[in-house]
Design a protein around this ligand. Sequence first.
Ligand code: B12
Length: 213
Amino acid sequence: MPNLDAIKNALAELDEDLALQLVKDALAAKVPALDILTACQDGMTEVGRRFECQDYFVSDLMMSGEIFKQIGALLEPELKAGGSTAVGKIVFGTVKGDIHDIGKDIVVNMLKSANFDVIDLGVDVPPEKFISALKESGATVLGMSGLLTLAFDSMKITVQALQTEGLRENVRVMIGGGPVDANVCRFVGADDWGADAQQAVRLAKNWLSPVSA
Ligand code: B12
């Protein structure tokens, strides 16, 4: 039986071959993809901890990112939320000053799998780019991702820009990314926040198709 702790440890040790093999074994043994994803996120958290302790360097963060992306590609077909008839447009991006996109990509893919039309603006997205995408697309949900502490300010400024542009009444805002919690949500002035991609899908379903939610 594949061991989720072993996957977490292989990622934390940056053992690419072992991590990928263990993920393949786990998928073959029908371990739920979401459980594998959680183990991998725990591994990334451990990488972050070692980076904080200066056991790891930026090159190690990059290596962990590369491994995680390959694991993401293996898990993606299994992570389809499926079965949803929800439709609606969502503008999404990692906020200005932040280039972390592994979590954003997972969330975007899960939203797409749940039949939402997602306009992904990428990383380091300034408020004005979010605003023009919302205006051009008519989307009524904005999703912002950020892992750096400085991302909180970028998120807040973006919400203020929505207000200034008269869009705030019609656009629901969700935020997420490693350090985001209810306090950050209040600080930013977002409508809600999520700790994982499933929560992003739940929020989108509630906001865009209340009947089927
Ligand atoms: C990989 C990594 C990198 C890679 C990123 C590669 C990439 N393409 O994304 C690279 C090497 C580029 C990098 C760079 C840096 N990093 Co970095 N990085 C990480 C690391 C190890 C993992 C992040 C990750 O991918 N996690 C896995 C994903 C799946 O999790 P996630 O993003 O949280 O997403 C999930 C949920 O949060 C949620 N979610 C995400 N977005 C959203 C949005 C919505 C709306 C919702 C509802 C949910 C949601 O769903 C996702 C799936 O479940 C973290 C450590 C950690 N603990 O997170 C540090 C970390 C984030 N990095 C950190 C730092 C300091 C940096 C650098 C400044 C380092 C440097 N000195 O250059 C630079 C910053 C560059 C920049 N301007 O952005 C710090 C941040 C500290 C802080 N408080 O600001 C961390 C926490 C490490 C640490 N402990 O010190 N990093």
